[in-house]
Write a protein that binds this ligand. Structure first.
Ligand SMILES: [Zn+2]
Length: 229
């Protein structure tokens, strides 16, 4: 792998990459920007090759665009094993979670892994139930960690020459708080993460509001991992 030629030498295919600045802004766990970015890879059957692409929301959410593109662009035999990995800047909303569940029901050989940078309106009960439904359907949902940021940088970003080892190092505390909240969602606990964004103020505030049920149900090491308990 050459550090002088950027990603082109690593990736001779013509798959689409996003620009570094796009990646940094879209996937910043502190940025509550409206648009969603989806980076995805698909592995068919037992093949080693991975097909990568990117997508965003248009008039429809990024997840719906993916499903429509996936099901319309080629004939897909329902008995073919297929592994899909999404890196999503926002977690799926309730409607998208329902569409994903229906998509997976129609394609039982598809396995889906979803890594998310942020939880979308995480106090909304419909969104929480949607994520729980995905989890119960067998979808793996995790908060992106430094490992995934590094992976996406190298595989989806048109990083400049000599910048292969650079990827945005966001403070871990935001990722850990989102991970804790995702844990609450899966367990059916009330929200403990509060996000406050003041108008015309550049900073977003994240605070934890833990109740006794959180202390009772969440393993201590996960609470301690936030560094705030
Ligand atoms: Zn959606």
């Amino acid at each position: 792998m050459s550090s002088e030629t950027g990603p082109v030498i690593v990736d001779p295919t013509l798959r689409r990459r996003i620009e570094p600045q796009e990646f940094e802004v879209f996937f910043d766990p502190r940025e509550l920007r409206k648009e969603t970015c989806l980076l995805y890879e698909i592995r068919w059957g037992g093949r080693h090759s991975i097909w990568r692409h990117t997508g965003q929301n248009t008039t429809k959410h990024a997840e719906i665009n993916f499903i429509e593109k996936f099901t319309s662009e080629r004939y897909f035999c329902p008995s073919t094993q297929c592994s899909i990995v999404w890196f999503l800047s926002w977690s799926p909303c309730a409607d998208c979670s329902k569409a994903i569940t229906e998509f997976l029901s129609r394609h039982p050989k598809v396995t889906l892994f979803i890594y998310i940078a942020r939880l979308y309106y995480h106090t909304d009960q419909r969104n929480r139930q949607g994520l729980r439904d995905l989890h119960n359907r067998g979808v793996t949902i995790q908060i992106m960690t430094e490992q995934e940021y590094c992976y996406c940088w190298r595989n989806f970003v048109n990083y400049p020459p000599s910048n292969e080892v650079y990827w945005p190092r966001y403070p871990n505390v935001w990722m850990r708080m989102y991970a804790l909240e995702l844990y609450c969602i899966v367990l059916g606990l009330p929200p403990c993460l509060k996000i406050i964004r003041r108008h015309q103020h550049p900073l977003t505030f994240f605070t934890l509001h833990l109740q006794s049920c959180h202390y009772q149900r969440i393993p201590p090491h996960i609470l301690w991992a936030t560094g705030l308990v």
